[in-house]
Design a protein around this ligand. Structure first.
Ligand SMILES: Cc1ncc(COP(=O)(O)O)c(C=O)c1O
Length: 390
């Protein structure tokens, strides 16, 4: 007998609650700088990816308004129809200069970008070798492509090479896919070694720089310097994180760009980004180059905070970026700490399975260059209190 869907969904939700894996949305009523307001409570937001505070920059806001005034609120159609306004060309030219790649293509979001590109590039006769911790958009793109999926241990080059040695030759095309800065661990991929292996084993290499753009690189171009001649075949970047706006891009060769225009379903079958966003993105790329001091401060703060977690709290952390996880033993403790921080005026989220492995739930602290030293000291005191009590 078939099951009543309502009963099924409620049972599933109850199970998530029992396991400490239930998720719910929190309504933000007000937002100014790092201060957000939830249910009448004012909190310091330590969970956003607005690493340089650009989402509220007046120059981006003015650019958005200009875009709306010039071309309206919506883009009215997909890029292959009549949504492809000139701002796309201005933006894509700027992206090529920013990343030092010959071609670029803008997508609706980072999720759509990875999903569409990977599923367009690969098919059932191909293989993808991806880091075990790869973002859901890479995993979902791989599943959609119907290519054979091989997952190598996190940042483990010798494990990847072992898999390539054994399996590469059995498939037509192959793609190595990973992130330059991992979104939940804040650690960094061995990019040069990955480029080397992609050549040795005749693979395409896709590097997702979503969390590196704006934060790393002399001008914020990410962890692959613009001037490097040896680049991954495809690099992904997003506008929704350090660049303070929305949308995403890939940089690649002209041939792959043309191929994607013809095959990437997230580009073909989805309405183009609106003018306001395109104009803001152009402005963000102009501004980000000059934020050297912000980048330096952000990475300095994060380095100190990781030391604090390790040596003063005696807890586990990882990484080498603006993302600082405080790794905990179980979901219950992660939810208790999330609640404690909330009560003390800090908004930092517990991250649990399936976003991270079952045995390493965490609080993900992601800093922005705008955070004050006093706020950081207050945060450290609150964390010390929690761990003294627990
Ligand atoms: C590595 C990585 N790629 C892609 C995305 C998706 O980007 P977007 O938020 O623009 O959809 C994320 C989002 O967190 C990410 O962490």
């Amino acid at each position: 007998m078939s099951e009543d869907p309502k009963v099924f969904f409620e049972k599933e939700l109850l199970e998530l609650k029992t396991k400490g894996l239930y998720r719910s949305l929190k309504q933000i009523d007000d937002l100014k700088g790092l201060a957000i307001s939830i249910g009448g409570k004012s909190l310091i937001d330590l969970s956003s990816n607005d690493y340089l505070g650009l989402s509220q920059d007046l120059r981006l806001i003015d650019a958005s308004i200009k875009g709306i005034k010039a071309f309206g609120c919506g883009s009215r159609a997909s890029r292959l129809m009549s949504g492809n306004i000139r701002a796309f060309y201005d933006l894509e030219k700027k992206i090529c200069e920013f990343k030092g790649h010959e071609a670029s293509l803008v997508f609706g979001s980072g999720y759509i970008c990875n999903l569409s590109i990977i599923s367009a590039l690969l098919g059932p006769e191909d293989a993808i070798f991806m880091d075990r911790m790869s973002h859901a958009s890479i995993v979902d793109g791989a599943l959609l492509s119907r290519a054979r999926i091989f997952r190598f241990n996190h940042n483990d080059i010798s494990h990847l090479e072992k898999k390539l040695k054994e399996y590469r030759n059995r498939y037509k095309k192959a793609l190595i896919a990973t992130e330059s800065v991992f979104s939940m661990d804040g650690d960094i991929a061995p990019i040069e070694e990955l480029i080397f292996l992609s050549k040795r084993y005749d693979c395409l290499f896709l590097l997702d720089e979503a969390h590196a753009i704006g934060v790393f690189g002399r001008e914020g171009e990410g962890l692959v310097p613009r001037s490097t001649p040896e680049k991954p075949h495809i690099m992904i970047g997003t506008f929704g994180k350090a660049l303070g706006s929305y949308g995403a891009f890939c940089t690649t060769t002209k041939t792959i760009r043309n191929f994607l225009i013809n095959k990437a379903r997230g580009l073909i079958y989805s309405t183009a980004l609106p003018p306001s966003i395109l104009f803001a993105n152009i402005e963000a790329l102009r501004i980000v180059k000059d934020l050297k001091e912000d980048r330096k401060r952000l990475l300095g703060i994060s380095r100190d905070f990781r030391r604090f977690i390790q040596y003063e709290l005696g807890q586990k952390t990882t990484g080498a970026s603006q993302i600082c996880p405080l790794i905990l033993k179980n979901n219950k403790t992660s939810l208790e700490l999330e609640k404690y921080l909330f009560e003390k005026g800090f908004f930092a989220k517990a991250i649990r399975y399936p976003t991270v492995p079952k045995d390493s739930p965490r609080i993900r602290f992601s800093f922005t260059s705008k955070i004050g030293q006093e706020t950081l000291e207050m945060l450290k005191e609150v964390l010390k209190e929690f761990f003294e009590r627990n």
